[in-house]
Design a protein around this ligand. Structure first.
Ligand SMILES: [Zn+2]
Length: 257
């Protein structure tokens, strides 16, 4: 169970089966692919849909899944801006998420039901949801279109105050991490979309489902459907056992060769 930082709602990942792993392995990068995966694999309080979440809450949910499955430390890869050498920056997902947590702002106050009022002008706004961001992705001016959806009145000429308040109250986990170049020691800042970084790794791990199905079907003759219905952890144990036996047999054959 994880408490989402922006909405305060609770969410959990359902125990996964091979079908979830296939869906993840075949999912496309980006917000839409993430939404489809989270929609089938996670459960939100009050029957809410993942599309209703603020983007930062969806980000955190994915980051927590990666922590559960593969630990807290990740590596962002990039290049030094001065000498172009490859640079790895290792960081803690928990510390990163804590650093980019939502913060109250003096610019705006809550007025109920998820709406806020900007203190300077009284303009009322809500935080962008995943569904909003996907809906505006093809718009000529997505930033302005997003504001139009999230304001209760026409978008003012300058919306900087509203955007700054939104960034404090509902930050995403797309930010930067700082490190040093191993070649020239220059300070390096790498842009990180923590959600997509974690999804790449989760997707990579999920691809193992294809090998598992092949191994188990070959060894036991079970159908693909039966294997995919197994909880992921149990399927992985069967595959591990079979792979160990195959390795033992090969070892014995080599010893006798
Ligand atoms: Zn360098």
């Amino acid at each position: 169970m994880v408490v989402l930082p922006i909405s305060g709602l609770q969410a959990r990942w359902r125990p996964s089966t091979g079908r979830d792993d296939i869906a993840l392995a075949d999912s496309v990068p980006g917000l839409q692919g993430c939404l489809e995966y989270v929609g089938r694999a996670a459960e939100l309080e009050q029957g809410l849909e993942a599309a209703d979440l603020a983007v930062g809450d969806l980000d955190l949910l994915v980051v927590w899944r990666r922590r559960e499955q593969r630990g807290d430390t990740v590596v962002a890869e990039g290049r030094c801006g001065r000498c172009l050498a490859p640079v790895d920056v290792r960081f803690s997902l928990a510390a990163y998420a804590a650093h980019h947590r939502p913060r109250p702002t003096r610019r705006a106050e809550p007025v109920g039901r998820g709406w806020y009022a900007l203190r300077s002008t009284g303009a009322r706004f809500r935080l962008p949801r995943v569904a909003d961001v996907i809906a505006v992705s093809g718009a000529a001016d997505p930033r302005r279109e997003l504001l139009r959806r999230c304001l209760s009145e026409p978008v003012p000429a300058s919306a900087r105050g509203i955007e700054a308040a939104m960034a404090s109250l509902g930050p995403t986990l797309s930010a930067t991490v700082a490190g040093d170049c191993p070649e020239c020691a220059a300070g390096v800042e790498l842009a990180v979309n923590a959600r997509e970084l974690c999804l790449v790794e989760l997707r990579q791990a999920a691809i193992g489902v294809y090998d598992d199905v092949n191994l188990i079907a070959s060894a036991y003759g079970w159908s693909q459907d039966d294997i995919l219905d197994l909880p992921s952890a149990r399927r992985a144990r069967y595959a591990h056992t079979i792979a160990g036996r195959v390795a033992d047999r090969l070892g014995r054959e080599l010893a006798h060769a």
